[in-house]
Design a protein around this ligand. Structure first.
Ligand SMILES: N[C@@H]1[C@@H](O)[C@H](O)[C@@H](COP(=O)(O)O)O[C@@H]1O
Length: 245
């Protein structure tokens, strides 16, 4: 596990974008696993700059996103489809047909999970998976549980996740209660994992996830078993793991 400490959110974003940019330069037709949330917004900004100044070409890049809220359409400004379009896709030359997310409006959960697993498999596998970290250790929307989900699944969000994400919605009641998420098994199959963490509120879970016991009760802890994980965090988020850096 490599750990890079950046001074602040901006520094974290630059470092993470450099790692993703290196992946794109080394393999122009790479498959990127992408994430939503506040953590990757700065990273996507830097990638857009890389495209605008001619350093990065997304024309052959494929992407698969981790998750999507159940019940939200692509046009809903809270959907992860909308987020990805606003924060990255529409600003670079990635082909829309090469970008993939679970379908928030699917009605048959099992069929949608099977479909999305097939979509991910058809890409040939994820070269680099970008991850944020939930306050309870969730990755994608894989919440603390008794066991790890292997493939895409429809999950009931925990109250703590609903509360954390309600800051982005007008009313807490508007936060969907269910989401489709890529499974932990699929995430673990990514060739490289890049996890970004920022802010003092992540410090405790960072220690628990990466230096505590491996358990589905802290979903991100399984990343300790992956052989190519890079953590990029700012000083505040890495405050509790200083002895390991
Ligand atoms: N489903 C997303 C995750 O993919 C994200 O990594 C995490 C942390 O979000 P943030 O980066 O805003 O702290 O929570 C959300 O619920």
């Amino acid at each position: 596990m490599r750990i890079y400490e950046a001074k602040d959110y901006e520094g974290m974003s630059r470092k993470a974008a450099n790692i993703i940019a290196a992946q794109i330069v080394m393999k122009p037709d790479c498959v990127l696993g992408l994430a939503t949330g506040s953590s990757p917004i700065g990273t996507y900004k830097r990638l857009i700059e890389g495209y605008e100044n001619g350093d990065l070409d997304f024309s052959e890049v494929k992407s698969v996103n981790l998750d999507e809220y159940k019940g939200l359409s692509k046009e809903n400004d809270q959907s992860y489809y909308y987020f990805m379009n606003e924060k990255l896709f529409r600003h670079v030359n990635i082909k829309p047909e090469n970008t993939n997310l679970p379908d928030g409006l699917a009605t048959d959960d099992d069929a949608e999970c099977t479909r999305y697993d097939a979509v991910v498999a058809a890409t040939g596998g994820i070269d680099l998976q970008l991850l944020g970290l939930g306050h309870n250790g969730h990755i994608g929307f894989n919440e603390p549980a008794q066991e790890y989900a292997k493939g895409t699944n429809c999950v009931a969000l925990t109250q703590s996740t609903i509360d954390a994400n309600s800051r982005l919605f007008e009313k807490a009641e508007d936060v969907p209660r269910f989401a489709y998420t890529m499974g932990v098994g699929t995430i673990m199959k990514a060739r490289k994992i890049l996890i970004i963490v920022s802010g003092a509120d992540k410090a405790k879970i960072v220690r628990k996830a990466f230096f505590g016991p491996v358990t589905p009760e802290v979903p991100a802890s399984i990343l300790q078993f992956h052989n190519d994980v890079t953590i990029v965090g700012d000083e505040a988020a890495l405050a509790e793991i200083q002895e390991f850096i």
